[in-house]
Design a protein around this ligand. Structure first.
Ligand code: GLU
Length: 507
């Protein structure tokens, strides 16, 4: 029987989730759902020094906002819990002991000062096969001495004993075979007696094993740890059930080289976090995609294509479609430039795709801010007329305020350019024409008004420009008769009258 696919997103709660981390979570989710597998949230909080309060809740809120649903996790429970490593403390020690008993790990008692001294003595010091014999550890001390030190409560760490001169192969689903010689690896610390906690490496491997994880999909920054992880699986005798690895390419700066950073976002004006984040220590606020007005679907679509593409020119991809098409094999090996302008483009596309009713709901709070309260059906209609002009819901006001409030002042430049000597008289005539129209639909108005302009041999452009100035207050907006149809005959006539009285006074 095929093994059930199980993947995990395993963040350390050290701050807000970076947008690159969101992409990692997304790819895990897509992969899991495509294979009808499980998507697990595990919190890797064994490094208490770096723990940041609120980070875990932030991660859950962000991924929930984006529609990434976990099957198991710290917030949901499941058959493989607990899902927070600090709550799994009791689980790890036996695995550390197993490695020690098998001679694959050892106790090391070197104090920070002793290590520092060695670093000063030996250039490029690394705790490994070439140096471990000079150190204070259970390989150099007698069994008796080691036992006494531990019994006396001396602090120690457990180090993994890496044999040198071996090519370790990491078979990566994105990068192919990555070979690293074990001589460059150091004897990594797996456990610390000081807090009775394993380090990331040990906890990560033990948990992936116990949680029956089949695929480890994570950022490229973890690739250097992968050979160590392969060796750990072997040391435990778990090679047969070792997960497949897939290391995702980096997200790169929009311009220049290097990894995308928060500073790039600050400098160029785009968020690098999914949600707004307030640093609990400094109270510094970092902007988020949600608060900046991005729709979750747009963020998902945008991120999905940063490092992967479906191999055709499909660009607008719903979550369902992404689940269908996603493949690790099509992920690129090289970094993906973070093109934030494209992010805006996606938001624009999703605003067009969403039903007007939904956008109208999102627009309502902004209308309230401007003390506008009207029927939602009216808002819906307005949204339909102007949404093609915006990238964000918050930009709708600037494109549609005149559907809700009559102009009381008129843009000076437009007045100079568009308000001719005969404008007041012509608009007064136009007002009469409009007054007699019963069917005030855009189409009918247009037909009648154009016929009148023609019969009078007036200049179409002049009339329409002055008309727009009177109704809108400046020279913007969608099709003129769509506006007048929406605001209605009475309001149209009122605005014409006001403009005639007030603009003419200026000329
Ligand atoms: N805790 C690691 C992180 O914060 C997890 C790396 C992994 O997925 O193995 O990214």
């Amino acid at each position: 029987m095929e093994q059930k696919v199980r993947v995990r997103f395993a963040p350390s709660p050290t701050g807000p989730l970076h947008i690159g981390g969101v992409r990692t979570a997304l790819y895990n989710y897509l992969f899991a759902k495509q294979h009808k597998g499980d998507f697990v949230l595990r919190i890797e909080d064994t490094d208490s020094q770096r723990f940041v309060p609120g980070a875990e809740a932030y991660i859950i809120e962000a991924l929930t906002w984006l529609g990434l649903k976990f099957d198991e996790g710290v917030h949901l429970g499941g058959d493989f819990g607990p899902y927070r490593q600090s709550e799994r403390k009791g689980i790890y020690k036996q695995y550390v002991d197993q490695l020690i008993n098998d001679g694959l790990a050892y106790y090391a008692f070197d104090t920070p000062a002793e290590l520092e001294q060695k670093r000063n003595e030996i250039k490029n010091f690394q705790y490994d096969a070439s140096t471990r014999s000079m150190m204070r550890n259970s390989l150099t001390l007698s069994e008796e001495e080691t036992k006494t030190l531990i019994e006396n409560g001396e602090q120690y760490v457990v180090r993994f004993k890496i044999e040198p001169h071996e090519d370790v192969v990491v078979d990566d689903l994105i990068r192919g075979e990555v070979v690293i010689n074990s001589s460059i690896l150091d004897d990594k610390v797996l456990y610390k007696s000081a807090d009775s906690l394993p380090t990331y490496h040990l906890a990560n491997i033990v948990d992936d094993h116990l949680m029956k994880i089949t695929h480890v999909i994570r950022g490229e920054e973890w690739l250097p740890s992968a050979p160590l992880h392969v060796l750990l699986y072997r040391a435990f005798g778990w090679t047969d059930t070792m997960p497949r690895f897939a290391h995702l390419p980096l997200l790169l700066k929009p311009e220049g080289n290097g990894k995308l950073s928060k500073r790039d976002g600050d400098r160029l004006g785009f968020p690098v976090f999914p949600l707004e984040w307030k640093d609990p220590k400094t109270s510094e606020i970092s902007s988020g995609y949600r608060e900046s007005g991005y729709l979750p679907e747009a963020v998902v679509n945008f991120l999905a294509l940063l490092g992967w593409n479906p191999g055709n020119d499909e660009e607008i991809l719903s979550m369902e479609r992404l689940i269908e098409l996603f493949s690790l094999e099509k992920c690129s090996k090289s970094g993906a430039k973070f093109d934030y302008e494209k992010g805006k483009w996606f938001n624009h596309q999703y605003i067009q795709l969403k039903p007007n009713a939904e956008i109208a709901e999102l627009y309502t709070p902004y209308l309230k801010e401007h003390q506008v309260s009207v029927d939602i059906e009216y808002v819906e209609k307005v949204v339909g007329l102007v949404k093609e002009r915006v990238n964000f819901v918050k930009e709708l006001w600037d494109q549609s305020f005149f559907f809700f409030v009559a102009p009381t002042s008129f843009d000076e430049k437009t007045v100079k350019k568009r308000w001719k000597e005969d404008s007041p008289a012509q608009l007064a005539e136009l007002s009469e024409v409009l007054k007699n129209i019963d069917d005030f639909s855009a189409h009918n108005q247009e037909e009648i008004v154009k016929a009148w302009i023609e019969s009078k041999a007036y200049h179409l452009g002049n009339i329409m420009n002055a008309f727009r100035l009177a109704i809108v207050g400046e020279s913007k907006g969608p099709h003129m008769f769509d506006i007048t149809e929406a605001i209605g005959k009475e309001e149209t006539l009122k605005r014409l009258d006001y403009a005639i009285k007030n603009i003419s006074a200026n000329v």
